[in-house]
Design a protein around this ligand. Sequence first.
Ligand SMILES: [Zn+2]
Length: 322
Amino acid sequence: MANSFICLDIGGSKILGAVMNENNEILCRVKRKTKPELGREAVDDRIKKVIHELMSTYGMDKKDLKAIGVGAPGVIDTRSGRIHFAPNLPWKDHDIGRIMEEEFQVPFVVGNDVNVGVLGEWKYGAAKGYSHVIGIFVGTGIGGGIIIDGKLFTGSGFSGAEIGHMIINTEGPLCNCGQRGCLEAYSSKIAITRELRAGIDMNIPTVLEDILTEKVGVIKSSDLKKAVHLGDQLAVSTLQRAAYYLAAGVGNLINIFNPQIVILGGGVVEALEEEVLTLVKSYINRFAWPDMLSQTRIKAARLRDDAVLYGARALITETLGY
Ligand SMILES: [Zn+2]
C-alpha cells in the first residue's frame, strides 16, 4: 500500500474521490455531494471528509499517502494552490492548498478541472503519446484544454484555454459569459436546448416536445440521443447545427495551434460519439487549412467521468515528479 495518492474531482454538485497507486490504477472510490450553499468552511470540511473516508475505506496509513491531486472549477493558481475564483463554489481567493496541507501533511496540487481533464486524456487516455493536443468538452457549457509541446498551457494568469468562449460570430446569440456569439452559445447543451425550444415555438413536430415543455434547464444528453436515433428531424437538424459551429471552433484551433490531435468529449459527445465525430469531420474542411488538417487526428475522449481523476494523478506527476 506504499505510495498511494488521493485524487479528487470537485464540482458544483458532487465531489468524486479515488485512491490511486503508482501504476495509476484506481483502487477505491468515494462520492459525496458538495453542497456549496453551506458555505466555504462546510465545503472544505466535506472535502476533508472525503479524503479521510478514502483513507479509511482503503485502509491506508497516513505515511502511505504521498500527495493529493485535485481538479476543480475556476481560475486556479496551480503553483500556489490558491483558487482565485470559482463560478459554482463559495471560493474567492481561497487558499485551499494551505488548508489541506495543514490537515494531511502532504503536498496538495490543484488545477482547473477542464484543464486537468485534458491532462488526464493526454497522459492516460485518447491523446496518449502526443505532445500537441487540444481537448474540447461539450456539455452544459463548453470547456477545453491545450497541451503545447508536452506542457499544459494555462496562460499568464491561469485563465487561458477558454475554448468555449472563442467568438464564432460577433452578432451571434448571447452567451452566459456576457459576450455574443461564443462557441458555447452555439454548440453547448444550453445552445442545443434553446434551438430545440425555438423549433417547438415554431410548431416543428418533435418527440422532445413533452420533455422540453415540462422541464426547465438543459436537455439531458440521453434524451437528445434517443431523439436523434429515432430520426427526429428537429433533433437531427439541431445537432447538425451545433456540430457545424463546433467544427468552426475546431478549425480555428487547428489553424492556430497545428495540433497532432483534437479530442472531443463531454456529455453530448459521449452520448452521440459517432454522429458528432462524423458531422465535425464532414464540416471541418470549410474551416481548417487542408495542410494542417491533414496532420491532425480528431478523436473521441476516452476516460469519460474519470478524466479529472486521472488528470489529478497526472498533475501530481507533472508538479511533484511522482
Ligand atoms: Zn461566452
